[in-house]
Design a protein around this ligand. Structure first.
Ligand SMILES: [Zn+2]
Length: 187
């Protein structure tokens, strides 16, 4: 399998210098993994994915999507979601992102599933999605959205932004048909 261009972009943005002392980092095999480590201090860069959370909001067989205003994938549609702030819980992040992007206040109904996203040029992402229902607010795109609206699941836009979102929508269709939550990620 070839490496998508996005991965090369992520690699190009790797740290070159120690964020603690400024020495040039070296490659070192640690725990069987090549890592960047500082020859001058104790710093080892454990490169981890970034967690993001979002909400699947369904109304009468339609799913709520947001049109992206900022890169990457400007103009593409995605499930309302975003990166976790450092001190947030996943649920807090989800409610904040949905409010920011759609204007809606939501109630979390249950965990839907989690996805590894490898095609976001900013980082490998772990996307945690909840099923949620609207409790308040008016549907209006927020500062980081061009548009937000419900789409019939049989008439979705062709430009869904990320592979994790496309997989989640596929899983959602199955869930709405047979009530089965996703069990295992596709390879
Ligand atoms: Zn250092």
């Amino acid at each position: 399998m070839s490496i998508p261009d996005e991965h090369k972009l992520i690699e190009a943005r790797d740290f070159k210098y120690c964020p603690w002392c400024g020495s040039r980092l070296e490659s070192r095999r640690l725990d069987g993994v090549m890592r960047s480590a500082c020859p001058s201090c104790e710093y080892i860069w454990y490169k981890n994915p970034i967690p993001a959370t979002g909400a699947i909001i369904v109304d009468d067989n339609r799913v709520l999507l947001v049109k992206r205003k900022y890169p990457p994938k400007v103009g593409d549609w995605c499930i309302p979601a975003g990166f976790m702030e450092y001190d947030e819980s996943p649920v807090e992040c989800c409610k904040r992102e949905v409010k920011e992007e759609t204007g809606l206040d939501i109630k979390i109904e249950r965990l839907f599933w989690n996805y590894k996203a490898g095609d976001d040029p900013r980082s490998i992402v772990v996307l945690i999605l909840y099923l949620a229902s609207v409790i308040d607010g008016d549907l209006l795109p927020g500062d980081d959205a061009l548009e937000t609206k419900y789409f019939d699941l049989e008439r979705l836009p062709s430009n869904i932004a990320f592979s994790a979102h496309r997989r989640a929508i596929k899983d959602l269709k199955k869930y709405l048909e047979d009530g089965e939550l996703p069990r295992e990620n596709e390879p």
